[in-house]
Ligand binder design. Structure first.
Ligand code: ADP
Length: 248
């Protein structure tokens, strides 16, 4: 595998909640343009890991270096989003009463309130960016529909679109294929492979079939630590991983 510069370096991260260690001395590195899957059983620390990167949870110690220079643990969640880190939670959260286009418009103009944003005219460049994202997400024919009328999968795509109009460098996605039809899941995989390279992606996923189609590199978390790392084939052959998933 070709080595690229790291976009993200977590160094010796510890997080505890009332004495319970959710992450223990966790170190992890993601390369520029990489598509990384994070897997692991419930309670392994996957959500906490995402929370630490996005500034929602402050680690007890350790550093999270972005672009080899900025320590994210010193920034607020808003500042972290502004420097180009976008996060999508498992449940889609779109503005149901607004059209697909308006949802993307709001995402693009995060500096304004919702209503100020809908009144402000888009410039040509912003208009082009939205059109490009609509096409990429296959939502072109839905642009004037209220988002509440979209299928679950289309809402997921719209939310990914709301991240993409902001042109993030690093995308964090929590179970993006959950609740999708097979066709939507296939398109999500294709989309992620298209986005990788231009963007770095970190995907928390339970569906191993989906992991197999998207990721060149997998990290297995267990009890707040990295248990194994490598290709899916490599980690699936790892004795400790087998024990965690099948044992007990
Ligand atoms: P995963 O996403 O892999 O299922 P989490 O990161 O959600 O795991 O949780 C890791 C562990 O930390 C779990 O045992 C969970 O109960 C605990 N935990 C997470 N957040 C909190 C919190 N705010 N307070 C107390 N315990 C928490």
């Amino acid at each position: 595998r070709e080595q690229t510069d790291p976009v993200l370096q977590l160094e010796n991260i510890n997080v505890s909640f009332d004495g319970f260690k959710a992450l223990t001395d966790l170190s992890l590195q993601i390369g520029v343009g990489e598509l990384r899957c994070i897997i692991g059983p419930n309670g392994a620390g996957k959500t906490t890991l995402m929370d630490v990167i996005t500034g929602k949870t402050r680690p007890d110690n350790g550093r999270v270096l972005y672009d080899q220079s900025i320590d994210l643990t010193t920034l607020s969640p808003v500042e972290i989003a502004r420097i180009g880190i976008g996060r999508k939670f498992q449940k889609p959260t779109v503005f149901e009463a607004l059209t697909v286009f308006e949802n993307l418009e709001i995402a693009l103009k995060t500096d304004k309130s919702v209503w100020a944003c809908l009144r402000a005219r888009l410039n040509g460049e912003q208009q082009d960016r939205i059109d490009e994202v609509l096409k990429l997400l296959r939502l072109g024919s839905e642009r004037q529909r209220p988002a509440g009328l979209l299928s679950h999968g289309q809402k997921q795509f719209l939310e990914i679109g709301m991240l993409l109009v902001q042109d993030p460098h690093l995308l964090l996605l929590d179970e993006p294929a959950a609740g999708m039809t097979d066709a939507e899941t296939d398109y999500t995989a294709e989309l992620f492979r298209t986005l990788a390279g231009q963007h770095s992606l970190m995907v928390v996923e339970h569906d191993m079939g989906f992991v197999e189609t998207i990721a060149d590199h997998v990290t297995v978390l267990h009890q707040g630590q990295v248990l194994a790392e490598g290709s899916l084939r490599e980690v699936q052959a790892n004795e400790q991983v087998i024990e965690v998933y099948l044992g007990r």
